[in-house]
Design a protein around this ligand. Structure first.
Ligand SMILES: [Zn+2]
Ligand SMILES: [Zn+2]
Length: 380
């Protein structure tokens, strides 16, 4: 601190650009190149987010991270770090399956949400990517990213059919492409918070869908999963194992949700609120009754591994809201799994639990408690 250097204005631009320095900040008019205490604390915030040594100095480790290619969406360090602080005060959640926002990742400020779960996308590019990367490869990558999130969240994401207005518009763009966020050298891609749906990839980067990449290529699948996370409402994570971590390393692939990504929550959508309302309206229901909304409970139980696909596909409009044997036994399994009173009814304890945000990965009856089963391997 107190030193001056030619690179200071550039550092200021970087810290402002990625959410570490208030946009209003302007350095001392007499000395534009002074490393003052405001800059020092912004650098400390940056170092905390990236789990570096918090020196407040521009040491080589910090410069190395800043030089990395990264997502163009700013980080939200204050939100993430204050949550961690809360966690330190309140302790870790006792039940690992019921994860609230208290983890390393964050939602966009104000938690903007989609009003529905079925999202569609369409490719609309204004530029052709360098290096001969093809539309077919891009389609393939988007399909894989859509499956990854569809399998691990309440959303289903599919390519939009012709003539249908898509919820997500994605494609390759170059430099200044008209949305106010110019693609510069370190920016790989960016996306907008719900429910905007724009998801843009930098056409000047070398993209690849191959399993093995050359040292200058970026994994399109990884980036597509990451940007789609933003489209769904997730902000950057401080967990380096998470797909939602802001930097992307060239030459490497990351194609499954990991770290805290899997904590994709019911409350990512405003439907979470209405699901809660549906649940409340169903309180006390038991076998033999019919009530509008019971099909949503079935979907929930299917989604999290308590009903089979055939239990869902065999339903029609006349019986989907009927509380039958199948629903009763699924509820009993659910209640058993969570150590509730096994009533087979939608009692208040069951309703309360279902309404809570939870891990997006289905429960596995025989698995060790406290673990989520994802893509064939256990993750904590
Ligand atoms: Zn990002
Ligand atoms: Zn853009």
């Amino acid at each position: 601190m107190g030193q001056t250097a030619k690179g200071i204005p550039e550092l200021i631009r970087y810290l402002k650009r990625f959410g570490y320095l208030n946009k209003e900040y302007s350095p001392d008019d007499n000395n534009q190149e002074l490393y003052d205490e405001v800059l020092e604390s912004a650098v400390k915030l940056y170092q905390t987010f990236f789990k570096l040594n918090v020196t407040g100095k521009l040491d080589s480790e910090t410069i190395e991270v800043m030089a990395k290619v990264r997502c163009g969406v700013p980080d939200n360090p204050v939100q993430v770090l204050s949550k961690k602080k809360q966690e330190a005060i309140h302790g870790k959640q006792k039940h690992k399956y019921l994860i609230n926002i208290g983890a390393d990742y964050a939602f966009f400020p104000g938690s903007p949400k989609w009003g529905y779960f079925e999202l569609t996308y369409r490719i609309e590019s204004s530029a052709e990517p360098v290096g001969g990367f093809t539309v077919e490869e891009f389609e393939d990558a988007l399909g894989r990213a859509a499956i990854e999130w569809s399998d691990n969240s309440m959303f289903t994401i599919e390519e939009a059919a012709g003539g249908v207005e898509p919820s997500i518009r994605t494609g390759f763009h170059r430099g200044d492409h008209g949305d106010g966020f110019v693609f510069t050298n370190p920016t790989l891609a960016h996306a907008f918070a719900p429910s905007d749906g724009r998801m843009h990839f930098n056409a000047d980067k070398h993209w690849s869908i191959n399993d093995t990449l050359t040292r200058d290529q970026f994994d399109i699948v990884w980036t597509a999963i990451h940007e789609l996370g933003h489209v769904l409402g997730l902000d950057h994570s401080v967990d380096p194992n998470a797909v939602m971590f802001p930097t992307v390393d060239p030459g490497t692939t990351k194609r499954n949700l990991g770290g805290d990504d899997i904590q994709v929550l019911l409350n990512m959508s405003s439907n979470a609120q209405s699901f809660e309302e549906v649940l409340t309206s169903l309180q006390g229901m038991s076998k033999g009754q019919t009530a509008q909304g019971l099909h949503e409970v079935r979907q929930y139980l299917y989604r999290f591994g308590y009903l089979n696909e055939k239990d869902i596909t065999s339903l029609n409009d006349s019986n989907k809201d009927y509380f039958d044997d199948v629903l009763e036994s699924a509820l009993k399994r659910y209640q058993k799994y969570f150590g509730l009173n096994i009533s087979g009814n939608l009692d208040s304890a069951t309703i309360k639990l279902m309404a809570k945000p939870r891990c997006g990965v289905p429960d596995v009856m025989e698995s060790d408690a406290g673990k989520c089963y994802l893509s064939g391997k256990f993750v904590n």
